[in-house]
Ligand binder design. Structure first.
Ligand SMILES: Cc1cc2nc3c(=O)[nH]c(=O)nc-3n(C[C@H](O)[C@H](O)[C@H](O)COP(=O)(O)OP(=O)(O)OC[C@H]3O[C@@H](n4cnc5c(N)ncnc54)[C@H](O)[C@@H]3O)c2cc1C
Length: 379
């Protein structure tokens, strides 16, 4: 179906990364296909969605993110038969070295999680699971449900499902402004001047969502930050099915990738999403941490080094739901460092809210852009 310029679509989603794709798919799954997904680039998922570490974390910093990631984890472990031709999840587990490794802290950590999902590791267990680990650790925990996500297969499944149900996908369609009429957003303007009318506009534009919203009168703030990853050359000591190493104690993580290691020094710096590039000095920081914590990987050399954007609300909670200031404007953004892990849960919650369907009210309040937290809004 093609829409004439004055026809009005029900939902226009701005941004075809994992957030926009999951929202379009979940709307379609709920029977709503009067949706257009607008992506600025010629390909979907070319920004953060293509530049991340692809680790499924189910224990996130906030309860809301944890709940959404756990919903997603269940989906990733057993998706519908026709969703993807390959497994979406390699359930390799995460070995976590907590920031506070004292026995009392570990016990508190374990007590807060359901039995079976998390296992205590003493130092010998930890080193047996991760023989390449050369850092200091009195012990740690094994998070069995975590693992590696096939991000390309997940995105492809979401997009195919949405398209099959009738969602219209437009790439090379950069939104330059939200149209505000009669006190509410009622459409978008594209780079070539084309205007599209929509009853609701959903901002899923990652690091770029904030500027579009503010120009339309929203006070919601976004903070795009940059983080780097490095993949080493092949190392024959790497077990491709081995667990993720996540050291909160050292601000470092690593997992097997392409016969070598994917490494991260957990760097984070605020950037302008239109003016940034990879910072070579972070390569050195990764090398230093690797030499200390994963000594065998230090000899494998660097095959790839890149940076991507992790975008946060001021209080680092996701933004899902209606804008507090601008009627007709909806958010699915600020997914920070957990957007891949939580995508399916995020898309489904967003769709339930957009369609006025039943949802968990406490969860919706926690991620609502209108949450009272002054931290989420500028003065
Ligand atoms: C180094 C790094 C490691 C990470 N590791 C993990 C991990 O292991 N696990 C995990 O769960 N998460 C991880 N993340 C986070 C994850 O990548 C993000 O949370 C997620 O990709 C955000 O998806 P998004 O759709 O919101 O943003 P994006 O993928 O950036 O998508 C936004 C899209 O909007 C489009 N767009 C922007 N402006 C416009 C416009 N004006 N008009 C039309 N389209 C527009 C962009 O082109 C883009 O395609 C990591 C991130 C980084 C950078």
């Amino acid at each position: 179906m093609t829409l004439g310029p004055m026809q009005r679509t029900r939902f226009a989603i701005v941004g075809g990364g994992i957030a926009g794709a999951a929202t379009a798919w979940a709307l379609a799954e709920s029977g709503e296909s009067d949706v257009v997904l607008l992506e600025a680039e010629e390909q979907l998922g070319a920004h953060s969605t293509a530049l991340n570490a692809a680790i499924l974390r189910v224990w996130c910093p906030s309860e809301a993110a944890t709940s959404l990631a756990q919903q997603s984890a269940r989906f990733l472990a057993s998706p519908p038969e026709d969703f993807a031709p390959v497994p979406l999840l390699a359930p390799c587990g995460t070995v976590l070295v907590p920031a506070d490794p004292t026995p009392s802290s570990l016990e508190r950590w374990l007590a807060a999680r359901p039995a079976g999902a998390v296992e205590h590791l003493d130092e010998a267990d930890l080193r047996a699971l991760l023989p390449a680990f050369t850092g200091r650790a009195q012990g740690g925990v094994l998070l069995r449900e975590e693992g590696r996500i096939d991000v390309a297969a997940l995105l492809d499944g979401l997009v195919r499902g949405a398209r099959r149900a009738g969602v219209r996908l437009r790439t090379g369609a950069r939104v330059t402004a939200l149209e505000v009429g009669d006190g509410r957003v009622d459409g978008v303007v594209l780079e070539d001047g084309e205007r599209l009318r929509a009853a609701r506009v959903v901002l899923a534009a990652g690091a770029w969502a904030g500027a579009l919203a503010r120009a339309a009168g929203s006070r919601v703030l976004l903070r795009p930050t940059r983080r780097h990853l490095l993949v080493t050359g092949p190392d024959r000591n790497v077990d491709p099915a081995g667990p993720v190493l996540w050291s909160d104690a050292d601000g470092f993580y690593a997992r097997p990738e392409s016969g070598g290691w994917l490494l991260c020094a957990c760097d984070q710096s605020a950037v302008d999403p239109d003016k940034w590039e990879a910072d070579e000095s972070v390569r050195e920081r990764i090398a230093e941490k690797t030499a200390h914590l994963l000594a065998p990987a230090a000899d494998a050399g660097a095959a790839h080094f890149w940076a991507g954007l992790r975008t946060f609300a001021a209080d680092e909670e996701f933004l899902i739901g209606a804008d507090p200031d601008v009627a007709g404007l909806e958010w699915v953004a600020a997914l920070g460092g957990h957007g891949i892990s939580s995508a399916v849960g995020v898309g489904r919650l967003a769709a339930d809210l957009l369609l006025g369907r039943e949802h968990d009210p406490a969860l919706a309040r926690a991620v609502a852009p209108a949450r009272g937290s002054a931290a989420a809004l500028s003065p």
